[in-house]
Design a binder for this molecule. Structure first.
Ligand code: NDP
Length: 236
């Protein structure tokens, strides 16, 4: 098997940084995306110093030019991509009818993973075991919005809708690509101690990263088109 190559978006802090560390520790080359090249390289530096093959790459996920340039560069340098983690995400305050916040949330949480994934599909299909992991949230589960007290209390309407739409993309791609080696899954990381989750969140970042890493490295007989949290399927 050739060296595996992974791309993680929003890899300069929080879950993206930890996912990069954990994938790197498995011997996978990690392309760490961040809005600017300097922040990407700064995030990759300590990982490289720890012996991980980490490369900082510029990827403002809403920027079409960044996406096109990165796809072209990955093709030239590696000729394939094995793992894509659509992790970059934001939560804004859209309640009360703030349409700008609603649009911006969708730009980052839904439109960006759509364009990035579609742009990288030819490279992912060149992998022997391509894996796409969409970093979603239990707040994007329509079932849990009806049934789970915590989900009902948490979250912003745009954030919830953006993650529900991301989940549909997971199901869509998984079905469309069913006859290929590619697997596409959504994950919920838990309520994690990051800038987004807050210091009082219940799960340390090392634990929160594990669901994405597990789905990024599943075997050929692993799940496809599912929504996972800590080894268990979640309802859509
Ligand atoms: P953080 O806020 O700690 O980090 C978000 C990351 O996304 C940062 O690296 C940020 O970069 C990056 N990012 C945001 N917008 C863009 C953009 N336009 N282009 C490139 N990068 C961008 O969040 P978490 O690490 O907690 O969250 C990661 C993912 O996990 C998100 O998708 C989130 O919705 C999801 N999640 C998190 C939960 C939690 O409890 N923490 C719970 C459920 C889901 P920058 O530093 O430049 O802003």
């Amino acid at each position: 098997m050739t060296q595996k190559i992974a791309l993680v978006t929003g890899a300069n802090r929080g879950l993206g940084l930890e996912i990069s560390k954990q994938l790197g520790a498995l011997g996978i080359t990690v392309l760490m995306g961040a809005r600017t090249l300097s922040s990407a390289e700064a995030a990759a530096k300590p990982l490289s110093a720890a012996g991980i093959d980490a490369v900082g790459v510029q990827l403002e996920v809403t920027n079409k030019d960044d996406i096109a340039a990165l796809a072209e560069w990955i093709d030239r340098r590696y000729g394939k991509l094995d793992i894509l983690i659509n992790n970059a995400g934001i939560v804004l305050r859209s309640s009360g009818g703030n349409l700008d916040a609603f649009r911006q949330t969708f730009e980052v949480n839904t439109f960006a993973p759509f364009l990035l994934t579609e742009s990288l599909l030819p490279l992912l299909l060149k992998s022997e075991a391509g894996r796409i992991v969409n970093q979603s949230s239990a707040i994007g589960s329509i079932t849990l919005m009806h049934t789970d007290e915590t989900v009902r209390k948490l979250g912003d309407p745009a954030y919830a809708a953006s993650k529900a739409a991301l989940n549909m993309l997971t199901a869509y791609w998984a079905q469309k690509l069913e006859s290929t080696a590619l697997k596409v899954n959504s994950v919920h990381p838990g309520l994690v101690q990051t800038d987004m989750g807050g210091a009082n969140a219940e799960i340390p970042v090392e634990e929160g990263a594990k669901t994405a890493v597990a789905l990024a490295t599943i075997d050929a007989d692993g799940p496809n088109g599912q929504f996972y949290y800590m080894g268990k399927p979640l309802p859509w």
